[in-house]
Design a protein around this ligand. Structure first.
Ligand SMILES: [Zn+2]
Length: 110
């Protein structure tokens, strides 16, 4: 049993397709990426070879990019700190849910 693969992410206001890419590179400088989100294509791209924990964190990372961008907060965070802030949220949320699974149960009962 491998890591479950998402086909899409429903953000409420928009549904983005999810694709898994063998070698994900940045458009501008060929830097290797773990994940990427395109608001113009409504597409989340994830590096296929990441281990399951890293893939989960990267998925959350791209989701936080969506909310910060689409809710107009891109200029609220120093651009040099944006990736670090988003990564802190992704890792922190993963740890919070892992250490407190009752939160997931609580959410499912809302
Ligand atoms: Zn990022």
């Amino acid at each position: 049993m491998g890591t479950p693969k998402l086909k899409r992410i429903d953000f409420g206001a928009a549904v983005y397709k999810v694709e898994y890419v063998e070698r994900l590179l940045a458009d501008d400088d060929n830097e290797k990426l773990r994940g990427q989100i395109s608001h113009t294509e409504c597409l989340v791209s994830l590096e296929e070879s990441l281990d399951p924990q890293d893939q989960f964190i990267t998925t959350l990372h791209e989701c936080f990019h969506y909310y910060i961008s689409q809710y107009g907060h891109s200029d609220s965070i120093n651009p040099n700190r944006l990736e670090g802030v988003i990564n802190t949220l992704a890792v922190g949320t993963t740890l919070l849910l892992r250490k407190n699974p009752a939160l997931i149960t609580m959410l499912q009962e809302l």
